[in-house]
Design a protein around this ligand. Sequence first.
Ligand SMILES: Cc1ncc(COP(=O)(O)O)c(C=O)c1O
Length: 587
Amino acid sequence: MEIDTPLLNHNRLKTKGTGIPTNMGLDHLGIVVPNAQQAADFLMEVFDAELDWEIKREPNPTAGERGWSSIFGVHPDSYLAHVIMLKCGENPLTQYVEIFEWNSPDQNKPLGAWHKMSDIGNSYISFTVKDINKVVAHIKENVIPKWQGTRFIQDPPMDFPLRGEVCTSTFLVSPWGMWIELTCWSQSKNLGQVIKAQRQDEPHHLIGCSIDTLPTPSFLIDLDNLDHNIKQMRSRIGSAGINWLVTCKAHKCPDLAKYILERGGGQGVLLLTVTEAEQFAAAGINDIYLANEVACFDELKRISLLAKKIKRLRVAVDNEVYLEELAAAVKQWEITTPIEVLVELNVNHNRCGVDIDEALKLAKRVRQIELESKALIFAGITGYEGHIAILPPEEKKHQTILSHGILEEAKKRIEEIGIDVKIISGGGSCNYIDCIETGILTEIQAGGGAICDILYFEKANLKEHGHKISSFVLTQIISMPKDKSRAIGNAGFKALGWHPFGGLPKTRDKKTLKIIGLSAEHTKFEILPSNANDENVSNLNDSIKRGDKIMLIPGYTDAMGFLHRRIYGIRGDVVETVWDTVSEKTW
Ligand SMILES: Cc1ncc(COP(=O)(O)O)c(C=O)c1O
């Protein structure tokens, strides 16, 4: 029989803290292991841990050369080969495990595979679970046969009376020999929820419903038409051997970006603000081009941190001071993560961008920084010919050739001084076909052509190239005067984002409803005769009534992701998916 000493424990707990001020609790636990990759793979596969960050280091500089022998007391010839931080739960700030792999000539190694439980310095981690029996069965069936060296220490698990509950626990031996406890609390298991990776998310209640049930005004994407447009763009851009960089500034929806990337085969997304880029990174987008300049210290710092979070971060640069600031922002950290720079040229759009002489200087300087510190990498050049968007086709082609001529000349001049220009990024949906023909770009920046609105379809002439309209706004008729001289919908410019290039929206189906104006929350419809020669319009007016829901085609979708919290993906008249936008966080 074992005797507990509750009084002693409780006295200790009652002590008024005299500890460090502002203490928020345990942040993470660090473990030195023989092979960091193996440990991380195991924790990620078996315990759904998520990679937070990792660093791999070369043997040089050694710990001694870094000054670490005196700080940490490690051997001067040692080096920290690999560090991986894993998030092992969803509590903010806590539940992290940091795994270290040191390479050191004087490393103390356990005599066996791992320390004995009683060894000083031995440590283990413990996961809390809701159903210990299910866990034990799962580990026996799926983990022990696959991971060599794993086994149970206590089978069946043991029960302890603790904290007024029954704590049921067992230990799993990890492949490197460390014990990992599995703990199940009789009452507290009912309080929390299982981690996200194991949760079966409830489908949105509107999925599977008719579009008539959607709230108004709302932003809809016709998925069949979107699929069709993606196919068109993918086959044209892809078969020319050009990368399709997906522009997401209009819809601001990471899930829609993923949908296009998965079907488009392109690499990376293009965003215009730092906050947008952070939001897309948080949603799992790993390859981002920030096609804009920044001039604020806080944003520079955030860019340098974003680089750490994703696989590839590229930024446009058109200014030497900005370049130096960006390099400094990256170099401020002991562990630098390079940012790829695209030098931005003014290709007659007269927005951001420099001339060729200046681009040459910037390219040289980026290359110098690359060689000195690897804070920045020269990736190539870019230019956005946004001024051509709605020009007539022949003029658009001509202007595209002129813009790309600037990029071509810049590439030639930069390569003449021995700097390889791997990427030439530019274009947009409005001229992507001309971009393929000029043959200068290695990457086309296009998004709007996939979610096609009036601007892309009609004004940029993509209808001639087989695109289909796929963006819509659903509005509801909220008012009609008795004489039925007009109808009023509830989608104004706050839902449709009016822009002079795209003009006023149109109805998709009701050809007899013409939009003659938008105010903030209202659509103003004129009711047209079904046939211009038909003077008897009264029957027709009767067919439109208060409460009707009407599909509108927006003039230009560029502000729509900013205005809408979610996008409804529809197929036919049925809602297939509901995606959140990052509209609440744009800057
Ligand atoms: C830098 C940049 N590249 C490309 C584009 C083209 O995007 P889209 O294809 O959506 O028209 C834009 C649109 O504004 C842009 O700002």
